[in-house]
Ligand binder design. Structure first.
Ligand code: FES
Ligand code: FES
Length: 164
């Protein structure tokens, strides 16, 4: 890549947590870096930056994506939701309470990604075994909890919703 190509900028317009945003970004900037550095939305974390750990998970047009694998330029015209917006709207309140009750968040580094991945699964409205819940969450790594408490929390919300 030449110097000219690496400094190429593009103007993007998108909606982030309900607010319209227009910015000039480097063509090489990842969505997670854009959210953290340009918009100060630091609840989206960066771990591996290679699509492995899930710490950078955000929602784009309603689907969870890896913020470290998507360019900010690719989000042009999209609706992006981060942990900040979803927490403020109460969209994750039930799941967050379940995490709190079961101590499923320790250092919290993985928690935003876990919550977003779990909420997408729960929105499907199906009953799953604990092993299936583990599989759903397998793209989100946690260094602290051993996953048991996280699976407990997700399972509890799933059962509560199905029993309503
Ligand atoms: S920082 Fe994106 S998957 Fe690890
Ligand atoms: S709570 Fe620390 S990485 Fe998951």
């Amino acid at each position: 890549m030449t110097d000219d190509e690496s400094s190429y900028e593009i103007e993007i317009s998108l909606v982030v947590n309900g607010a319209s945003v227009k910015r000039r970004v480097s063509a090489r900037q990842h969505l997670a870096d854009f959210l953290r550095e340009d918009l100060s939305l630091t609840g989206t974390h960066l771990g591996c930056e290679h699509g492995v750990c899930g710490a950078c998970t955000v929602r784009v047009d309603g689907r969870v994506v890896r913020g470290c694998l998507m360019l900010a330029a690719q989000a042009d015209g999209s609706t992006v939701e981060t942990i900040e917006g979803l927490s403020d709207s109460g969209a994750l309140a039930e799941l967050q309470s379940a995490f709190l009750e079961r101590n499923a968040a320790q250092c919290g580094f993985c928690t935003a990604g876990m919550l977003l991945t779990a909420s997408e699964f729960l929105a499907g409205g199906r009953r799953a075994s604990r092993q299936e819940i583990r599989d759903v969450l397998s793209g989100n790594m946690c260094r602290c909890t051993g996953y048991q408490a996280i699976v407990d929390a997700v399972e509890a919300v799933m059962i509560k919703r199905l029993d309503r």
